[in-house]
Structures are given as structure tokens and as C-alpha cells.
Design a protein around this ligand. Sequence first.
Ligand code: AMP
Length: 111
Amino acid sequence: MNCIFCGIADGSVKSQLIYEDEDVVAFKDLNPQAPTHLLLIPRKHIARLDQASEDDALLLGKVLLVAKKLAQQFDLKDFRLVTNNGKGAGQSVDHLHFHLMAGRRFLWPAG
Ligand code: AMP
């Protein structure tokens, strides 16, 4: 399997790494859409959220808690955490990832 985010997770693809532990990796988005724009991924290759299973419950919780930890670390008061599930929703990389964005006003509903 040729997955760019698996490459980032295993270090074979260069990235601006922000955080890593045994299960979760966070790095700067290459094409930031906000002053702070990080991507959080599980090391495990899950293509998108609707491919996750009950066995991934703890892992998904860990990703969310890393988002909280990074928001605290970067002193983000308001932030948006979003995942695009499927091409129609804007997903372009088939490895589950959460965008953690902050530093500008966000519209709702999202475009
Ligand atoms: P999505 O469109 O929701 O699948 O988001 C994929 C995100 O990955 C986009 O915001 C891209 O800018 C970002 N991206 C793609 N390749 C890389 C990379 N090698 N390093 C960092 N970010 C990337």
C-alpha cells in the first residue's frame, strides 16, 4: 500500500512533526487553511472514519485527546476539529485524519 500519511507516521516521508506517541502522530498541513493547521492521524491505516470499527474505539479517543492536548499546548482558545469522510466531503488523502485549525474566524455551516 502506498499511503503518504503512513509514510509520515513511519518517518519515511518528511513532515513538520508536532507530536507523536505509539498510536498518534500530528504534523503541520502542507497547505494550511488557517494560521494554525495541524493534521492528527492514527498510526494505524484506517482509510476514513466510516472504515473504523469498534476495535478502534480507544484509538479514536486517543486522537481526540491529543487534539485537546495540542490545543492546550498551542494555547488555542477556539479551534475547529474536522474530518472529511469521502471525496464528496473533500477527502483527498485516504488515511483517516483530523484537521485541527485555529487562528481565524470559521463560518458555520462549513462550506
Ligand atoms: P483532506 O482533503 O481532508 O483529505 O485533507 C488532506 C490534507 O492533507 C490537505 O489539507 C493537504 O494539504 C494535506 N497534505 C497532503 N499531503 C501532505 C503532506 N505530505 N504533508 C502535510 N500535509 C499534507
